[in-house]
Design a protein around this ligand. Sequence first.
Ligand SMILES: [Fe+2]
Ligand SMILES: [Fe+2]
Length: 338
Amino acid sequence: MDDEGVVRLDAEYDEARLSAHFEALLAAGERIEPRDWMPEGYRRMLLRQIAQHAHSEIIGMQPEGAWLTRAPTLHRKAVLLAKVQDEAGHGLYLYAAAETLGVSRAELLDALHSGHQRYAATFNHPALTWADAGAIAWLTDGAAVVNQVPLCQTSYGPYARAMRRVCQEEAFHVRQGYDMLHALCQGTPQQKEMAQDAVNRWWLPAVALMFGPPDTVAGGADARTAAMGAAVTRRSMAWGIKRHTNDELRQRFVDQVVPQAERLGLTLPDPGIRWNEERGHYDFGPIDWRVFRDSLGDGSLVARQRLAHRVAAHEDGAWVREAVDAHAAGGGDWREAA
Ligand SMILES: [Fe+2]
Ligand SMILES: [Fe+2]
């Protein structure tokens, strides 16, 4: 056998051995760390998910951020400011986790700005009134918590550790959103009406888009999407990235929110919601996914505004990145350059 053949055989042997080690770590419930060998598909799937998650955190600052200057009291303003800043921090933890997979933050941001990587389309929904800030936090962040608590046990170490910090802060976000709506529901009839209107508009984006496409429910108009979703979910669960299907988490969210809405005195805009004694869960109406493709898709007006705003903020921050680079290169005192 020639030298090349020996090298090839060695490489195949190494890959089989490394793959067996990777599978053994997963089977033992151990975390995969950046130093460990991992299959290319696992790396790509993780990178896609973490990047999309990071992008959603920083784009998600925009709908509520628009209300910071119009918060009704100093207290509400301070709480909302802390919440929106937390989202920037979540983006930071997640970009840092993604960087351990061999891409730079600059590359990730380029992919967002050029439209090559997506973020949750939920945030293409405009925040029309002050009550929207409450509805976003209660419903959207509430859905995020349901999604993210299982991710604290995800198989990739840096992602799992980032999610633990994120989840603690998200719990506060949901609570402050609920509190905001509770105050409005105890206020004037107009305030309560404003809360109901915001919930009417944010319910479906939360229940549909925060959990992704159907991945277990077969048949009907979404059969093809569901089959594709199921294949991706199966792969992700085999690698220990996801722990539950999208539909399972969606159901968990509905079960959690329905009694809360009752306590607030608000009606969730789905006449199909009712307790199903046999299943031990709340039933809810089928989701018409076409609604979102038109109004919240990449080409929609708000989507273009969100991205333009993000790119402008990035360009405005160029001097900060240049100063940090100069400081790192020179090792001197950055104040001398000012
Ligand atoms: Fe967040
Ligand atoms: Fe949040």
